[in-house]
Write a protein that binds this ligand. Structure first.
Ligand SMILES: [Mn+2]
Length: 461
């Protein structure tokens, strides 16, 4: 974890934003896989990590916004635990690491909340996303666990988002480390991208790198020669000539900061003409979007710029037609790029998504579009220095979607359906980088990962 001052300062800052009541931040507990003692890899709650830094199961942080006192609730290990798990620090010792001297056992938490409820004090908590946390909250607050998400404190959600959105120097350093791990993962995947190799071999190799160099992957690896499926988590194919492999994979550092990178590699390491045509379009959308990234620019404007680049280049290839601006306004480009340009990244790969996407990327003035494609844009607001974003345009040939639109005659004024057939074997292409917004512009994080046609072909040979 970071130095204790980091966490003390963050809680001080939060106290300035929430003036009264109690903040209840419940850390994650172990989650069983197939029987109680056989658990999934433990992942701490990101908000708990942000304010308390303690990366162990079974802890709860309580902030009294009126008195200014913080307390960690958790149970010390007993002899049985020590026999199986070895000697462990006490809750007191752990709490000191995040600048808190006041601790109590978990059983005391219920009393404390009961007391607060009897005094009609406001209890601020964040939307729970795990069943166990919903149950705990329901029990503590004497409410229906199923309603805990809607009863979360909007004030606390907004305060946390305002802080976690702007990354501190120590956090940027961590994210950069995570991108360095992703570099190793992607270069390895590119080198292995040869005819006859199984997707599973490459998947296992890069997952291993993430585990060896950090805290594992930041989300389940997407790796497939069927890249037209945006989040393809099955790795059962054997690489064959003429296909392209989409690898969308990132790592977590040991402190749980994420990276999220996508590269698309032709099997065998050499692009054919059609692959190159589409690849250059996506690459242009990626590099132009990155170039334009700066404070004040909105992610939505940048998204539409990327969509316009894709539309205009697809028009040059003869796959689209008509007026580019009108085609994008109508949503015709979404046949090829049905997702948003990118998302925030930090302690979560889709940063703070558990707190509610519309609180993060939208506000009272900027509302989410309900148009197919644009509706998936996770963030529409202007960038601020300290934001970290992914920039990830893509171009996909989704047989089912194309067949449906073609049958409906949808956007036939903008799309040349007869020309599309020749490109179906490409599947999908996505190129994604991680970008920090600086005072004057932006910085692409990490060591540059091969991206141009020349660079990709050279690393593969
Ligand atoms: Mn991403």
């Amino acid at each position: 974890m970071f130095k204790s001052e980091v966490y003390t300062r963050r809680r001080e800052e939060l106290r300035k934003k929430i003036k009264s009541g109690i903040g209840l931040l419940i850390g994650n507990i172990e989650a069983p896989m197939n029987y109680p003692d056989n658990t999934y890899h433990f992942r701490q709650d990101s908000d708990f990590l942000y304010y308390f830094g303690l990366d162990l199961p079974g802890l709860t942080g309580l902030m009294d916004f009126d008195s200014g006192k913080d307390r960690i609730f958790g149970n010390d290990y007993d002899m049985d635990d020590i026999i199986w798990m070895g000697p462990q620090p006490t809750i007191k010792e752990l709490a000191m690491k995040c600048g808190i001297s006041d601790t109590a056992s978990i059983s005391k938490l219920e009393e404390r909340i009961k007391d607060a409820l009897s005094k009609k004090r406001k209890i601020h908590f964040l939307p729970p996303y795990r069943g166990e946390t919903k149950m705990t909250l329901g029990k503590l607050l004497k409410e229906n666990p199923c309603q805990m998400k809607t009863h979360a404190s909007v004030d606390l959600i907004k305060a946390v988002i305002s802080m976690r959105s702007i990354k501190e120097k120590v956090e940027i350093d961590e994210i950069e480390k995570a991108v360095e791990i992703a570099y190793e993962m992607h270069v390895t995947a590119m080198k292995m991208c040869k005819q006859g190799v199984r997707e599973q071999d490459i998947f296992g190799a890069i997952e291993g790198i993430a585990l060896a160099k950090g805290g594992g992957t930041s989300f389940p690896v997407i790796l497939s020669i069927n890249g037209q499926t945006l989040h393809n988590h099955s790795h059962g194919n054997i690489l064959s000539k003429g296909k392209m492999m989409v690898t969308d994979a990132g790592a977590e550092t040991n402190l749980h900061y994420a990276s999220d990178i996508t590269r698309t590699t032709p099997v065998g390491g050499k692009f054919n003409e059609k692959q190159k045509d589409i690849y250059e379009i996506v690459l242009k959308a990626n590099t132009e979007a990155i170039k334009a990234t700066k404070p004040g620019m909105s992610n939505r404007d940048l998204h539409f710029n990327a969509c316009k680049i894709i539309t205009s280049e697809m028009k040059n290839l003869g796959l689209m037609k008509g007026d580019v601006d009108e085609a994008v306004a109508a949503g015709a480009h979404a046949l090829f790029m049905p997702h948003g340009l990118g998302h925030m990244m930090g302690l979560d790969v889709h940063d703070m998504e558990a707190l509610g996407e519309n609180f993060i990327g939208y506000n009272d003035e900027v509302k989410r579009s309900d148009q197919f494609g644009t509706a998936f844009l996770r963030f529409a607001l202007p960038y601020k220095p300290g934001h970290v974003f992914t920039v990830e345009p893509g171009c996909y040939f989704i047989p089912e979607l194309i067949a449906k639109w073609k049958a409906e005659g949808k956007f036939k004024e903008y799309i040349n359906y007869s020309k599309i057939d020749g490109y179906m074997s490409i599947g999908g292409i996505r190129i994604e980088d991680n970008v920090l917004i600086t005072e004057k512009g932006h910085k692409v994080l990490g060591k540059p990962i091969p991206k141009t046609v020349k660079e990709v072909e050279s690393i593969c040979s």
